[in-house]
Write a protein that binds this ligand. Structure first.
Ligand SMILES: [Zn+2]
Length: 449
């Protein structure tokens, strides 16, 4: 590290993704930060090291704001060591950990401290934390906010784990009023429990039965209610893992009217379809569910027109034994951390989008969502020197054995994807190159004050 501002490292490529678009450039790095984006043929300062990536693309490290690390407590599902390695292998340099599925859940300042103690020595990339909003922890929300969580997650229907109960409409109003009071952000798993309860519940191996049990109306209604509450309280809310395209007009209208709502979707909704899920293949199960191809087309349109702001993994693994062939009882969650960039890029490319779009959805917008856009999400002077180097035209076939996830269960097995991550850099240091990791150097991040 240099404290005197001398350039230590220059990263060069004919294709650097900057906020102004893709161009040939040389990126100067000092003290872990980007100091300048220079001409491609800029002279390398004396004493600086040059890394020339040729035509491979240099892009800002991805910021994945929706990851279930499950550590401590369900570390056999995933842990900070394995999750951050998988993330780095996929070009992700920052993740924000969800408050549930670990034990304890991140619902008090004490629990946050426990999480941080566990994560500190294992993080290969930077890690931040969401807090949780439960029916009985309204008093804990402000202290958690002051302790640096990036916002609060709530469920409106059962979460899948007993220790993280959902909020009813009154409890949602109460938590949201409290969070709005200190200018915080509420992020919501939006499926309405009454619509879920009214849907046909059939167990078994057929994906169509599972899909029918999680109807679009459940999402649409919950999102409508959430927007109404946000408008009433002038609160900031974020719709997690949007799957139902029927809810897009609601979100678009709310944005036009100035309601402070943003939305995300996930690689699996954008690249996999209900029509292709084999019987009993619960590696494709998540909630809300992967829907039909026509639904997917509308999600892509909404990304293009800005109704959906960002793409995050919702990486939510379990041990393989919980992924039974009965869709009703199998664990609901898809592992996507290591493959998200390649999966999204493969489909984006086919649909005529550029890598600049993918970077906007998976790095700039997510950094902005959590207020890290002064440090992350762009190749620009002053930001952390976090990068992925991608060979976008090269393909690979997904082999579960090559995944760094603790449990190598994947819905993408056997697929051929575009985009090979050659190396990943955190604050100017290689995290991963050609399958080799350096010692964990990730920092624990807090919300900017
Ligand atoms: Zn999730």
């Amino acid at each position: 590290m240099s404290d005197d501002g001398l350039v230590e490292l220059v990263l060069r490529s004919t294709r650097v993704i900057t906020p102004e678009g893709m161009r040939a450039a040389s990126v100067a790095v000092s003290g872990g930060k980007i100091t300048a984006v220079l001409a491609h043929d800029a002279e390398v300062p004396a004493g600086a090291r040059l890394e020339d990536f040729g035509d491979d693309v240099l892009l800002p490290g991805l910021v994945d704001t929706h990851v279930h690390v499950n550590d401590p407590g369900r570390t056999e599902w995933e842990g900070f060591w394995t999750a951050t390695r998988a993330a780095a292998a996929g070009g992700i340099t920052t993740l924000v950990d969800m408050p549930l599925n670990s034990l304890p859940p991140t619902t008090t300042v004490d629990h946050l401290r426990t999480k941080k103690d566990v994560a500190r020595s294992k993080a290969h990339i930077d890690v931040g934390f969401w807090g949780g909003a439960l029916p009985d922890n309204v008093k804990d929300l402000r202290p958690l906010h002051d302790a640096g969580v990036f916002g609060f997650k709530a469920f409106l229907s059962p979460s899948g784990v007993d220790e993280f109960p959902e909020l009813d409409q009154d409890q949602l109003a109460q938590s949201l009023a409290e969070i709005a009071g200190f200018g915080g952000l509420l992020i919501v798993h939006a499926e309405d429990p009454h619509h879920l309860a009214a849907a046909p519940q059939k167990s078994g191996r057929k994906y169509a039965d599972f899909l029918a049990s999680r109807p679009r109306d459940a999402e649409n209604t919950a999102i409508g209610n959430l927007i109404a509450q946000a408008a009433r309280l002038d609160a900031r809310v974020h719709v997690l893992h949007l799957s139902s395209s029927d809810a897009l007009p609601l979100i678009a209208a709310a944005k036009r009217e100035g309601v402070r709502v943003t939305a995300e979707t996930c690689p699996h909704y954008l690249t996999l379809t209900a029509e292709e899920v084999p019987d009993g293949a619960s590696e494709f199960k998540c909630c809300p569910p992967i829907r039909e191809a026509a639904n997917q087309d509308l999600l892509w349109q909404a990304l293009a027109d800005g109704t959906i702001d960002c793409v995050v993994t919702d990486h939510s693994p379990s041990t393989a034994d919980l992924k039974t062939d009965d869709f009703a009882t199998a664990w609901g969650g898809i592992s996507g951390l290591q493959l998200s960039l390649s999966a999204v890029w493969t489909e984006a490319r086919r649909r005529g989008h550029g890598l600049e779009d993918v970077v906007r959805w998976m790095s700039s917008s997510t950094a902005e969502l959590v207020g890290l856009d002064d440090r992350k999400g762009a190749i620009a002077a002053g930001r952390d020197a976090d990068f992925a180097v991608l060979a976008p035209d090269e393909t690979f076939t997904v082999d579960p054995a090559a995944l760094q996830h603790r449990n190598r269960v994947t819905a993408y097995a056997g697929r051929t994807l575009y985009g090979v991550v050659r190396s990943t850099w955190l604050r100017g240091e290689r995290v991963l190159s050609e399958g080799e990791f350096t010692d964990p150097a990730g920092q624990l991040l807090s919300r900017r004050r």
